[in-house]
Design a protein around this ligand. Structure first.
Ligand code: NAD
Length: 337
């Protein structure tokens, strides 16, 4: 399996995007975002997404020149249309505006409809946390649904990600960031590429029968993924569609047509100045104390705080390189020719 350093992988990814007609600035932004996902251990949202992005561009489902457009301005509530632009570009713009509003008002609520794939949602929580703001994000995925609701048989949800970022004084932020499906669908793609089976209880075939074969998430006829956390994850997935899309004017999974290459995300973000709530003392003292106490649950601090795993992976992969599965590697080689 090829092992590539992050710098070379970023160059390769931006070359692929420039080949597809992107400006250098956009290519660098998107490439860096994808490689950071690889570095953080989320290959599901790394450079392996590029073949799908390029297919979406060719199909006119991803607008490589689009920026975000304000559709409703009622500060500190602001609605945006992502105009099917790169999520890495339009999402960053929306959160930047949210931070600007939160600085003024103590909070902001932004909605972003019709963005192309937003990638790792944690990137937006990190963007807010870097400037001292707490943020909460609910997103849905407007593609053919692939997640079966608890108690259902047919898929009705996207892998609808949910994310919260909490800044911590003089420490890395807490970043809880996950798909509400039992695994992100890209993880099934990677298992398929590597010829690995999924753990039991993760997926169903087109008839709703349990399967460990990842092909049903990658090739027709499609089956589905289960939600995480039984009925609770299923409920949160629904909330992501309700808040991320239905409430904000975005499209819900209900009308997504099969076979499209574009992955459209809609996202509601709530950005808050944490000092406006419990006050500076609680923010500066109680949060780090609580985190330290949670870590002491294991004598060797083996219990991880959300976000810690990604930081550990980042440090390891930055030093040792990123292993890219063979299928992704050959797809990327074709795209730079
Ligand atoms: P995951 O199952 O790896 O869970 C990640 C979360 O769990 C992180 O907050 C991580 O810090 C925490 N975590 C991991 N190991 C831990 C441990 N041992 N103890 C405590 N906390 C731990 O993530 P996932 O569901 O595979 O999602 C991966 C990425 O996919 C996320 O970044 C998500 O935003 C992204 N995603 C995006 C979309 C989209 O449409 N844009 C859709 C689904 C998922």
């Amino acid at each position: 399996m090829p092992v590539i350093d992050s710098f070379s992988l970023s160059n390769l990814a931006s070359d692929v995007l420039i080949n597809a007609g992107c400006s250098q600035e956009t290519a660098l932004k998107v490439a860096n975002n994808l490689v950071v996902s690889n570095l953080k251990g989320h290959d599901s949202h790394g450079v392996g997404m590029l073949p799908r992005y390029i297919a979406a561009i060719k199909e006119d489902g991803l607008n490589i020149h689009a920026t975000s457009k304000i559709t409703k301005y009622n500060s500190p509530f602001i609605s945006f249309d992502g105009q099917a632009g790169f999520g890495q570009v339009v999402g960053h713009e929306v959160i930047a505006e949210g931070i600007k509003q939160a600085k003024q008002h103590g909070f902001a609520i932004t909605s972003l409809a019709n963005a192309h794939h937003l990638g790792r949602i944690g990137a937006f929580a990190e963007q807010a946390a870097d400037t001292g703001f707490l943020s909460i994000h609910f997103a849905n995925v407007y593609t053919k649904p692939i997640v079966v609701p608890w108690g259902g048989v047919l898929p009705r949800f996207g892998t609808n990600p949910f994310c919260i970022g909490v800044p911590v004084k003089d420490q890395a932020p807490v970043i809880l960031d996950f798909a509400t499906s039992i695994i992100a669908s890209g993880k099934a793609r990677i298992a398929f590429n590597k010829g690995e089976a999924l753990p039991s209880g993760y997926a169903v075939d087109p008839h709703g029968i349990e399967t460990t074969d990842p092909r049903y998430l990658v090739q027709e006829p499609f089956g589905g993924l289960m939600p995480f956390g039984l009925h609770k994850g299923s409920g949160l997935s629904l909330i992501c569609s309700l808040l991320g899309a239905a409430l904000t004017g975005g499209l819900t999974e209900r009308t997504a047509a099969p076979g499209k290459k574009a992955i459209i995300n809609n996202m509601l973000s709530i950005i808050v100045d944490p000092k406006r709530l419990g006050g500076e003392k609680s923010f500066e003292y109680e949060i780090p104390e609580l985190l330290a106490w949670v870590k002491q649950s294991h004598p060797e601090s083996a219990a991880l705080i959300p976000g810690e795993n990604e930081r550990e992976q980042y440090a390891w992969r930055e030093k040792n390189g990123i292993d890219i599965d063979e299928s992704t590697w050959s797809e990327l080689q074709i795209l730079i020719q």
